[in-house]
Design a protein around this ligand. Sequence first.
Ligand code: SF4
Length: 361
Amino acid sequence: MQPLHARYPFLAAAREAVETAAVDLGEVVATDEAVTERAVERVEHAITDGSVGDPHRRTRVELLSYPVARVLVSLVDTHVCTRKYAQAEAESAQERFSQEFAATTEFKSTSTERVSLDQLLAEFDLASAVTDAAEGYWVEVGTYLDLAADQRGDHWRLVNRPLADGRVRIGSEELHVLLKQAIRHRVAEGLPFQVPDPIADELDDEVERLNEVLAELDLTREIDTVVPELFPPCMQALLDKVQKGEHLAHHSRFAIAAFLTSIGMTTDEIVDLFNVNPGFGEEATRYQVDHIRGDTSPTEYSTPACSTMQSYGDCVNMDDLCERISHPMAYYEQKIDDAEDEELEDWRDENDDGEDEAAEA
Ligand code: SF4
């Protein structure tokens, strides 16, 4: 097991090293506290500060903590934890490889201890898709669209890019961002997975600890933010219909009401929103929303998953992000998470101005 594998545990060579060493994860979690502790740290940091924490000084502990962290994320089994974890592993990797690329260039040397750009491109099958340009690199359009899909900012839009022979020109820093994205996809691949019971039992306490960290986390910034521009396409379409006064079938009314409840809107706000629609009696709407919220029923109903939305014909206008999520809430969480704080502030200010104007009128 090499230090390089410990620093980049998502590499195929790192996985092979673990396989070759015939490591039994069940035995590791049962006997090696240092590995489990470092694995918990990886996930805890990912949730709280978007990093994976400081590496352990022992290569073996650091490397094995990665597969154990994936087991923990699978056991926690929530969108937000999986997403934050993959993001944090990718961020930390980008920090490391950017430094190592710089050192390799500076000292004109390659070292088995450092990862090189060519190595990472080959790892993610990008060697032929990325070629040198006079300034920066050319990237095949398909690869660019795949890896730049989640990037915010106009300069990432294809129309704002130099394009020639089916290739897009990007700068070195931008190539690092695309590589980070490839790493994020690799880390997220297959998560969450089914964990055998004996391993899950060993990790009961650790999973409980991570669930507590998640519960304490101020997710209100993510969830209690109503930004219709970031709603999933299905919910935007339903909201549009509501606002145009069109008739909505029961399942559609339920879906949009459950979604708006989940993102923190009060019953009064939802009733106000629905009241523009002549098809909604206020009492019936209030009753339905309270029912969904669990105020007038023993159950709190949640927003239907994409598969349910699809079966009712409520899934419309799917976009790239839809391909990677399975729940409208996951779509919205991801959009809010990707939005910069200032952008969210702007949206809030716009909403506040709108409310002030309405109050003055
Ligand atoms: S895939 Fe899911 S989030 Fe996207 S439009 Fe369909 S139901 Fe909505």
